[in-house]
Write a protein that binds this ligand. Structure first.
Ligand code: NI
Ligand code: MN
Length: 227
C-alpha cells in the first residue's frame, strides 16, 4: 500500500490515502498556478493550515459541494461551522485519529487572519501518520524553525515544503529545513504562483540531492507522486 500526493499548484495539495481523499488548503479559483477547477475536485476531508485567502479561497465552495469534513485549528473550525460546514478543530501539538490516519497539527511561523478579518488562530502545519505507518509532513506556510528537527525525529517519508520566499521560507532556508527534517522524499510548493515568489525549483532540487540524502521531486501543477 502507499499514498498518492498531488500538487494542484501554489500551496494546494491532495492526498489519496486508502480510499480517503484529502485536500489541503483549497485555492483553485483565482490561483494562476491551479491545475484544475474546484468543480472537479473530490474531497472527504479538507485540511486548512491557516486563514489566508490563498489557502481558504475555495474552502466553502469545496466543502459544500463535497460534504467534506473541515479540519483546522479551532478558530478556523468554528468559523467554518458558522458557514454551515462540518468541522473538527484541533490545536498545535494535538493529534486525532481519522479514517485516513493520525493527524497532528505542528507549529508554523506565519500569520493566519481570515479574509473577512476574523481571527484565524495560529497557523499550523500537518503531520500525518497513515494507517500503514507512513509519515507525511506538510509544513504549509512557514519560516524556518529549529523544531523541524523534532518533527524529523518521527521519521518522515515525505516532506512538502514552501520555497517561494517573501511570505515563507525561500530556497536557502528550505534546504536547511531538509537538513533538519531528513525526509526520504521532499516536494517544493508555494513558489512561482506570482512573480514575487518566482523560484527555480529544479536548481533547488539539485542542491537538495547534492547536500542531503533526500530525493527531491519537482512536480508540475496537476502532477502526482505515489510513495
Ligand atoms: Ni499564508
Ligand atoms: Mn500562502
Amino acid at each position: 500500500m502507499s499514498f498518492t500526493f498531488t500538487w494542484y499548484g501554489h500551496g494546494t495539495q491532495g492526498y489519496l490515502i486508502g480510499k480517503n481523499k484529502l485536500v489541503v488548503d483549497p485555492f483553485f479559483t483565482g490561483n494562476p498556478a491551479a491545475s484544475s477547477s474546484v468543480d472537479v475536485i473530490e474531497a472527504d476531508f479538507i485540511l486548512v493550515s491557516h486563514g489566508h485567502g490563498d489557502h481558504v479561497g475555495d474552502l466553502e465552495k469545496l466543502a459544500k459541494a463535497t460534504g467534506a469534513l473541515v479540519i483546522s485549528n479551532d478558530e478556523i473550525a468554528r468559523w467554518s461551522e458558522g458557514k454551515g460546514l462540518k468541522a473538527h478543530g484541533q490545536h498545535i501539538g494535538g493529534g486525532y485519529q481519522y479514517p485516513f490516519g493520525y493527524l497532528k497539527l505542528t507549529q508554523a511561523v506565519h500569520g493566519s487572519e481570515l479574509p473577512d478579518g476574523s481571527n484565524g488562530g495560529n497557523p499550523a502545519g500537518f503531520l500525518i501518520t497513515t494507517p500503514e505507518g507512513q509519515k507525511i509532513y506538510a509544513a504549509c506556510d512557514t519560516g524556518l524553525f529549529g523544531d523541524m528537527k523534532l518533527i524529523g525525529e518521527e521519521g518522515i517519508d515525505l516532506a512538502v515544503l514552501p520555497i517561494g520566499d517573501n511570505y515563507t521560507m525561500g530556497p536557502d532556508d528550505a534546504l536547511r529545513a531538509v537538513k533538519l527534517i531528513q525526509p526520504k522524499h521532499v516536494v517544493p510548493v508555494h513558489y512561482s504562483t506570482w512573480d514575487l515568489i518566482q523560484q527555480d525549483a529544479n536548481a533547488w532540487a539539485q542542491r537538495v540531492e547534492a547536500e542531503t540524502k533526500a530525493k527531491a521531486h519537482v512536480l508540475k501543477p496537476g502532477e502526482s507522486l505515489s510513495l
